[in-house]
Ligand binder design. Structure first.
Ligand code: PLP
Length: 353
């Protein structure tokens, strides 16, 4: 990659070996169920997540929306964290596609309060006032980058099970969560009935996400995917990238956590005291604030771009910066970023900038 790109792990390109696997993939028409490479990926994903079956989908958003659509019926209610991807970044799709009501609960360090979850479950679907609870939603890593503990996930699952309500997990970066906890992805996935995870982020695939769950759930989701226009033909060319990623890259995202921790340390200690790192990274992301009265977001982004570094300013009205590490950001790249940033902030302190 030409730039050092810290905007997101979504910017990753397929490494050469992955491209080779794509080039050589055996293909078929997956609408006829004829693509052996897609079948292999779906089986491998299911096995790694400890589920019966898997389904390749074009994006994480479609995977999440399919899960909603497949678990729920119209007018049901979903108990869901208010800072999760589906609530914040999926264009309100739940209202259009599944026609469900999202009962959003605030989170603390990524977690909905378990007693609150329990109290929000609608237990009397025959009462004409109430929607029925169709699904409980959990996301790990959470919106603000917290990895939920296995104990928490287990308790949440027990609460759902007591009322026979399924749990869907948005595990877009489940392998990053597994690296932090020092467990396998399936140890996390065991506390959900269905899981979505992305191939296209830290795993470097150009396109694609997976959903996994029971055979019955996945067969229903396969039909629903067709309805949403997400069924593709010789898609083995993309599935081959996914297989390569699961076999070779899923186990390395712990490296990205290390690099994020290195960045966090340097930002805390080596920025003329101007940077506050908000917390020790749990995934491949560092969140921080810069405290100086003449620090200008756009000017800093422009300066870094001139040095070959792509970063993204906080969204309007906020001042939290995020640097994301990934396959193409090693220790060397991280230290290059730190040097340029220290130089920029040094000029601010001395009044030159
Ligand atoms: C990126 C992401 C998605 C959506 O994935 P796309 O492939 O961008 O549609 C869903 N959930 C979470 C937590 C994500 O980070």
């Amino acid at each position: 990659m030409k730039h050092i790109d810290l905007r997101s792990d979504t910017v990753t390109h397929p490494p050469p070996e992955m491209k080779k696997a794509m080039f050589e993939a055996e293909l078929g028409d997956d609408v006829f169920g004829d693509d052996p490479t897609v079948k292999e990926l779906e089986a491998l994903a299911a096995q790694m997540l400890g589920k019966e079956a898997g389904l390749f989908v074009p994006s994480g958003c479609m995977g999440n929306q399919l899960a909603l659509f497949t678990h729920c019926t119209q007018g049901q209610e979903v108990i869901i964290p208010d800072d999760c991807h589906t609530v914040v970044y999926e264009a309100g799709g739940a209202a259009i596609i599944s026609k469900v009501q999202l009962r959003t609960l605030q989170t603390d360090e990524g977690k909905m309060d378990l007693n609150l979850v329990k109290s929000k479950i609608r237990r009397d679907p025959n009462d004409p006032h109430f929607p029925s609870t169709g699904l409980i939603w959990v996301q790990t890593p959470s919106g603000p980058g917290y990895v939920l503990s296995l104990e928490y996930l287990q308790k949440l699952k027990e609460i759902a099970e007591a009322d026979k309500i399924p749990v869907h997990m948005d595990g877009a970066r489940i392998f990053n969560a597994a690296a932090y906890l020092g467990v396998e992805a399936k140890d996390i996935a065991q506390y959900a009935d269905s899981v979505m995870f992305c191939l296209s982020k830290g795993l470097c695939c150009p396109v694609g996400s997976m959903i996994v769950g029971t055979k019955e759930f996945i067969e229903k989701a396969r039909r629903n995917r067709k309805m949403l226009g997400g069924t593709m033909r010789q898609v083995g060319i993309l599935a081959a990238a996914g297989i390569y990623a699961l076999k070779n890259l899923a186990g390395r995202v712990g490296e990205d956590l290390k690099t994020a921790k290195l960045l966090a340390k340097e930002l805390s200690n080596n920025m003329h005291g101007l940077v506050t790192v908000l917390r020790e990274p749990q995934i491949n992301m560092v969140f921080f604030k810069v405290n100086h009265k003449s620090f200008d977001h756009d000017d800093f982004v422009k300066y870094m771009l001139e040095k070959g570094i792509k970063i993204i300013a906080p969204s309007k009205g906020t001042d939290v910066w995020r640097f994301a590490t990934h396959y193409y950001i090693g220790e060397k790249e991280a230290m290059t970023v730190i040097e340029h940033m220290r130089e920029y902030l040094g000029k601010l302190v001395s009044g030159e900038q």
